[in-house]
Structure formats: structure tokens, C-alpha cells
Design a protein around this ligand. Structure first.
Ligand code: DGT
Ligand code: CA
Ligand code: CA
Ligand code: ZN
Length: 586
């Protein structure tokens, strides 16, 4: 069981206790523990195995430590079972809806026997909710919208969560009997920003039953969804489903191709194959006998011409191997047939990171510590982009404090060699498109990054005008997180991005692809559009700690999904070339 599973289970317990109306101090103790668990670099499972004392960790007291040990040893927490006997666990989902919360969830349960989001929806329709004490028409409408949002996200996990959740399964599967290879397929291999379920393939000759049995015996499985001789499905404690398929070597490449998807990509590949008199399925590529009716044939009938490796499968169809990130049926099949796929950006192509925060605003460490962390990553340059003063709750920089920060940057420059520290500020785009920093400061920054953090509910016309006005300012270099979305939590704000991208191309303003896996803002489709329009893209981590700098790879995956090559990405430029770009208006 992974730390994330443990954290999520403890959170569920804290949520249920809150619905129950338990002692707030107890609840806070659980939430503190969750914080600690989320920040741990080691696995609790191995600490417990080594009989280490968990109470030595900050924020973990006796009773939480006991719960964690019980969870790791038995797969459950008795306390959680007790509380959920009283209040169904589905209420947790309910209380997380915007406009509900623990008290209202409890009220809905007590008064209307609402247990699930579906129940709630029905009661909203019947008009019962708005007549409840403390609800009313307005609050009912807010909940309706929250349910709508919730429906869009339900069941999909963000990619970084999935990586963490599935790591234990993959490690465990290496020990499966008779298995020679374990690979990830599906949307996770295509590096989609959210993942419905995880698809893994095990290479194994002969009967797959023991492999599937071993798989369903994984101790992090909360339930078994299915099991048979060639496939099995489990659901982890987090609710994430993992599907396993057992495949023989002769078909492994074909199965990888099939189960990597996307479905749409596969359909286009198959249509092309049929034109060539070939058939592709998860078993291989086959030449059909003259005049045969495909409907009458078995899965492996015909002359097998490929199947062991994916390269071989694509080659048999006259195509270049297609990187999984491109398999979305957006024109990649045609280009693969012409052997003309784009060269995609890689993590190693990047020379710098152009958005991060320090303790001058909401970052966790000093400028110097961020610089040292960037140096360790091998960057040639970096920009410190603390917030501007409109972000008062995080001590955004006033012009005076910006100047003070420059002094500190000067000192760090003197101490640290080999990396260029660029002066910057992540400047708020104010209500009407004005920038939250006077021109004389803007003139002295090396890089000017602008972004929207307030009034995100403006209508599309107002928001578009606001952002357009901001990027027309002659000092602006980069428009950061252009849609403001937080995946699974906040929808993109209303904005005509096409208009913004067209203007950015004209104005020679770059757009950011925020690499934080909670944001990945821009989306793959918009990144692709930026490329088409010739808008330079910057992949930045927006890190608030040295750890956060490591999110760059998620941004790179997203950039690849948007077809970007090194030439499309501004921070793939060398320092000299990047500086030349910064001087483009001089
Ligand atoms: P997800 O799980 O929603 O994030 O997305 P995927 O792409 O992982 O979808 P999933 O798990 O339903 O299926 C994995 C792959 O298996 C999918 O990308 C393509 C392949 N596949 C599944 N069902 C079909 C199907 O009915 N037809 C075809 N051609 N391929 C399928
Ligand atoms: Ca999947
Ligand atoms: Ca699946
Ligand atoms: Zn920001």
C-alpha cells in the first residue's frame, strides 16, 4: 500500500468524523497526519515493516500511528468501519461538493436520507432540498452546478496521483510467477493529464491463471472486479482501477499497440490495414487468405506477419512507430505512413525554468535554495517569479520589495556560479487588464510574466479583453497559466483563447504551459494550436519548493502531446538565444 492510499484513507476518516460532528481536535490531528504522509519521501509500509516508531514523525500521534499500522497490516481501519456503519462513505463525496460541506451533508442525510450524489440530484429535482433549513433556492442552484462539475471529473485521476498509486502494483508484479515483462499501456502510457483506469500487460507463455491470481492477491487491492485466465481487474483503496492482461510473447507488441490506444487511433490504423488486405488485432498483424470473410475467421487466422514488438506491428503496416503521446488520431497516422512524424521535445532539451516562487511570496525556500536546486538540475538559466502585490494573502511584491529582492538576487549571483538568475515577477493582470507593477519596475525586469488570479468569473468577452490588454503592454514576455484551470477542481475561466493566441503570435508574446500536474495549463490541444500559430511556448514548473521543480517532466509530456519540438519551446533555447529573444523588441 502506497502513502497516497494511506493519506486518502485517513482523509476519508477525517471527513466522516466531521460529518459525525466529532471533536475538532481529533479531526485536525488526522488532517495534520495526512499532511505529513503526503510530504514523506519514504514509504510508511517499509517503515512499519522495519518496526520504526511512526510517532517520531511530525504530526503523527499514538492513535494515528496505530491506525496506520492497522491499515498496513489488515487493509482496514476499525475506527473507519465503525464510523462508516453510522454514516455511509459516499457522504464524503457529497460533502466535497462546492456549497455542501460536512454540516449540510449531515443535514441532507438526516432529513432526506440523501446518501449519494444521485440521491441529492433527485432531491434537488423534487424541490425538497431548497425547503430545508439553511438551504434555500440560491444554495440549491449552487449545488446543482457543483454536481454538474463533479460529473465531469468523477472517476478520473490526475496523472501524478496515478503514477504514485500504481508504483506499488508494478513493483509487486515483477514477482509474478512466469512473468517476463511488465508494461503500462492505455492512457497512462499516452501520458494523458487524467487517467480513467490503468492498463498493464504481463508477458507470459502458457496459462495466465496463476499470474492473474497473484495480481488479485495484491495487498493494496480494496476489491477484485474480475479475474480469469488472461485478465484480471482490481480496485485500489483510492478507487483507482487497474486492469491486467496476460499476453504471450508472439503477441506482446500487438497487444501493447492495441491496449495503448487511443481507441480512435486504433480505428484509423485498422482502417488503413484493411485497405492493405491486412488485419490488426491484439494478437498480431495477419494477411487474410484470398476471398476470406473476416467475420468467419478466428483471432489468429491468416498469415502472421507481425506481433512481437510494436515497431514490427507499425512497420508491417508501412508506418513509422508512433510515440504513444501522439496516438490521439489528430493526423499522426497519415504522417507515420509518410514517415514524417515530428521530432518531439524531451526533458533534456530544456535549458531553464521560467516560473518559480521563493519565500518572498508563497514559496517554501529562499531564492538561493531555489537557485541551488535549479543548478543541480543542470539548468543554464532560471527566473524567480514571486507574486505581485495584488496577491496580498501571500505577501506579493510591492515595487519596494521587488527592489529589495534584486539586492538579494545580486548577492546570490555573487555566490553561485554557472547559472543565470533572471529577475522576474509573476505580475497579476488586474480587473481591467492593467498590470500590477509600475513601468519603471517592468523596465528593470529580465523577464515579465503576467497571469490572472482574481475575478475568474468574468464573462468571456470581459476576460478576453482583459488578457488581450495585458499582453499588449510592450514589456510583457510570457502569459502564464492562460486558462486558470485546476484539474478536477476548477474549470478553465471563460476566455476566447483562439483570439489570445492569435494576438500573442502577432505581439511576440509567449504562452506558458504550466507543468504542475494539477494545472497542465495549457491543454494539449491548445498547445498544438499555439504551435500552429507560431506562438512560442514556455514550459515552466511554477514550483513553490525545490521538489516542485521536478514536475517539469509532466509539462514535457503535455508539450509532446501537443506535438511540440525543441524549436517551438522558448526554454529549449540556449541562454544566448533566449536572451536574444528577450531583446526582440529592442
Ligand atoms: P482511460 O482509461 O479512460 O484513461 O483511457 P484508455 O485509453 O486507457 O482506455 P481504456 O482503459 O478503456 O482502454 C485501454 C485501451 O484499450 C484503449 O486506449 C484502446 C483499447 N481499447 C479498449 N476498448 C477498445 C475497443 O472497443 N476498440 C478498440 N479499438 N480499442 C479498444
Ligand atoms: Ca485505461
Ligand atoms: Ca482499462
Ligand atoms: Zn500563478
Amino acid at each position: 500500500m502506497q502513502n497516497l492510499d494511506i493519506a486518502q484513507t485517513l482523509t476519508r476518516l477525517a471527513d466522516l468524523l466531521e460529518i459525525q460532528g466529532a471533536n475538532p481536535f481529533r479531526i485536525r490531528a488526522y488532517r495534520n497526519a495526512v499532511n505529513t504522509v503526503n510530504g514523506l519521501s519514504r514509504q510508511l509500509a517499509s517503515m512499519v515493516e522495519a518496526e520504526e516508531d511512526l510517532t517520531e514523525l511530525p504530526g503523527i500521534g499514538d492513535s494515528v500511528a496505530k491506525h496506520i499500522e492497522e491499515l498496513l497490516k489488515t487493509g482496514k481501519i476499525t475506527r473507519l468501519e465503525e464510523v462508516s456503519a453510522e454514516f455511509p462513505e459516499s457522504l464524503v463525496e457529497l460533502m466535497r461538493l462546492d456549497g455542501v460541506g460536512p454540516k449540510k451533508a449531515r443535514k441532507l442525510f438526516d432529513e432526506l436520507d440523501v446518501r449519494t450524489v444521485d440521491d441529492l440530484e433527485r432531491q434537488l429535482e423534487s424541490g425538497a432540498v431548497e425547503t430545508l433549513d439553511g438551504f434555500g433556492k440560491k444554495s440549491a442552484q449552487k449545488i446543482r452546478l457543483a454536481i454538474e462539475d463533479h460529473r465531469k471529473h468523477v472517476g478520473r485521476f490526475r496523472i501524478h496521483e496515478v503514477e504514485e498509486l500504481v508504483a506499488g502494483v508494478l513493483e509487486y508484479m515483477v514477482g509474478a510467477p512466469g512473468v517476463e515483462q511488465i508494461e503500462v499501456a492505455g492512457s497512462l502510457r499516452r501520458r494523458k493529464e487524467t487517467i480513467g483506469d490503468v492498463d498493464i500487460l504481463a508477458r507470459c507463455e502458457g496459462d495466465g491463471t496463476p499470474v492473474v491470481e497473484y495480481f488479485t492477491g495484491y495487498d493494496g487491492a480494496a476489491r477484485i472486479e474480475g479475474s480469469g485466465p488472461t485478465k484480471g481487474s482490481i480496485v485500489l483503496h483510492s478507487g483507482l482501477q487497474v486492469d491486467l492482461r496476460v499476453i504471450p510473447t508472439r503477441s506482446f507488441g500487438a497487444a501493447m499497440q492495441y491496449f495503448t490506444g487511443s481507441k480512435e487511433h486504433n480505428v484509423t490504423v485498422r482502417t488503413h490495414a484493411v485497405r492493405e488486405g491486412l488485419r490488426v488485432n491484439e494478437w498480431g498483424v495477419f494477411r487474410l487468405p484470398e476471398g476470406a470473410d473476416p467475420a468467419e475467421l478466428g483471432k489468429e487466422d491468416g498469415e502472421r506477419i507481425a506481433g512481437t514488438t510494436e515497431e514490427e506491428v507499425y512497420a508491417a503496416l508501412g508506418m513509422s512507430w508512433v510515440p504513444p503521446v501522439l496516438r490521439e488520431n489528430r493526423g499522426e497516422v497519415d504522417l507515420a505512413l509518410k514517415h514524417d512524424l515530428p521530432r518531439l521535445i524531451e526533458l533534456d532539451d530544456l535549458h531553464g525554468d521560467l516560473q518559480m516562487h521563493s519565500t518572498w511570496s508563497d514559496g517554501k525556500v529562499s531564492v538561493e535554495d531555489m537557485v541551488l536546486a535549479c543548478q543541480e538540475l543542470g539548468y543554464e538559466y532560471m527566473a524567480i517569479t514571486d507574486h505581485s502585490q495584488a496577491m496580498a494573502m501571500v505577501q506579493g511584491l510591492t515595487p519596494e520589495r521587488a527592489r529589495e529582492q534584486w539586492k538579494e538576487i545580486e548577492e546570490v549571483r555573487a555566490r553561485v556560479d554557472g547559472i543565470e538568475i533572471l529577475r522576474s515577477v509573476e505580475i497579476d493582470i488586474l480587473k481591467d487588464g492593467a498590470l500590477d507593477m509600475p513601468d519603471e519596475i517592468l523596465d528593470q525586469l529580465d523577464v515579465v510574466v503576467v497571469s490572472v488570479h482574481s475575478l475568474m468569473d468574468q464573462d468571456e468577452t470581459t476576460m478576453t479583453r482583459r488578457v488581450l490588454k495585458a499582453i499588449q503592454h510592450p514589456s510583457v514576455d510570457i502569459l502564464a497559466h492562460p486558462t486558470g484551470r485546476i484539474i478536477n477542481r476548477r474549470e478553465p475561466f471563460a476566455i476566447n483563447l483562439e483570439e489570445v493566441l492569435v494576438a500573442a503570435a502577432e505581439l511576440e508574446v509567449a504562452v506558458e504551459l504550466n507543468a504542475n500536474p494539477n494545472r497542465l495549463d495549457l491543454s494539449d490541444v491548445h498547445v498544438h494550436r499555439a504551435k500552429e500559430l507560431g506562438v512560442p511556448v514556455v514550459i515552466s514548473t511554477d514550483a513553490h519548493s525545490p521538489d516542485g521543480l521536478r514536475n517539469m517532466r509532466f509539462g514535457v509530456d503535455q508539450a509532446r502531446r501537443g506535438w511540440l519540438g525543441p524549436d517551438d519551446v522558448l526554454n529549449a533555447k540556449s541562454l544566448a538565444d533566449f536572451k536574444a529573444w528577450l531583446g526582440r523588441r529592442a
